[in-house]
Design a protein around this ligand. Structure first.
Ligand code: SAH
Length: 260
């Protein structure tokens, strides 16, 4: 016969199963110790999907020591060559940033980030991207995101250790589930009739749009300025579903034919 303890654990794990769909992505990490710290931060909050984009050094003894027993998360971590590989199957992508950037993006605080992530994770994969210890994420990497998230800090000293940043974000994910058991599910992509387009599908749409913009001589490829970044921001902000993206691509194909 199962003990009461086991039953309690089983039912609470069920409540938190959305966390399986929330992925932590670390880009070009320099210190293997920080990968271990990230694994520990994740495991304490019930997250387990860690993807490393081209870490500068492989997982080593320092990572294992800093993971403090979260070796299962380290062992299951996937290493991929590009950020696109890490996020291509995700319906929601959120980039972390310690400072503001030249083209502002829809910005969330950690609580709003968790609320949106947890709701989307009921149906689709979510990725939260963390940057390099020395330089954070590039503008191109941040442009691949639907939202940016900033952990409020002392403006004169705003940069957390990456493990600490992952801890804050993961904690908020867990808290959002605790609170959402009675909440309403009104946000995008949850009570929706179609799944949100994946990051790869949005990339396909934006490339298609760029081709048509060039073909029609609206966009000068020699002098693109920030037009494509602005278009990327528009589509990331709109969070189109799969059907909307297909319709848009159909329109682009129809326009394209007129130029042949
Ligand atoms: N000097 C870098 C900071 C890198 S800190 C810069 O200016 O961008 C390493 C990573 O930790 C960041 O890329 C981000 O993923 C996370 N991080 C640190 N502080 C943060 C904050 N206040 N809000 C959100 N993410 C933060």
């Amino acid at each position: 016969m199962k003990s009461v303890d086991t039953e309690v654990t089983t039912s609470s794990n069920h409540t938190f199963e959305m966390l399986d769909n929330i992925r932590i992505v670390m880009v070009n990490t320099t210190h293997p110790g920080n990968i271990g710290a990230a694994a520990r931060a994740m495991k304490t909050m019930g997250l387990s999907d860690l993807v490393l984009v081209e870490p500068k050094k492989a997982i080593d003894d320092e990572s294992i020591a800093r993971s403090s027993g979260a070796t299962d998360v380290l062992e299951a971590a996937r290493i991929v060559p590009t950020l696109d590989d890490a996020i291509e199957d995700c319906g929601l992508v959120i980039g972390t940033s310690a400072r503001s950037r030249s083209i502002p993006w829809p910005l969330l605080n950690p609580r709003q980030c968790a609320e949106q992530s947890v709701l989307t994770s009921k149906r689709q994969k979510v990725a939260i991207i963390f940057g390099r210890e020395d330089r954070g994420l590039t503008n191109d990497e941040l442009a691949k995101c639907n939202f940016h998230v900033h952990i409020p800090t002392n403006p004169e000293y705003s940069s957390l250790n990456i493990g600490a940043a992952i801890q804050v974000i993961s904690y908020e994910m867990r808290m959002a589930i605790e609170l959402s058991s009675k909440g309403d599910d009104q946000l995008w992509g949850v009570e929706w009739d179609r799944d949100l387009a994946s990051s790869k599908e949005l990339d396909g749409l934006i490339e298609h749009l760029e081709q048509v913009m060039i073909k029609s001589e609206f966009l000068d490829p020699e002098n693109p300025r920030y037009i494509m970044t602005r278009m990327r921001r528009l589509f990331n902000r709109a969070m189109p579903d799969k059907v909307e993206v297909n319709v848009f691509r159909g329109i682009l194909s129809a326009i394209s034919k007129k130029f042949n």
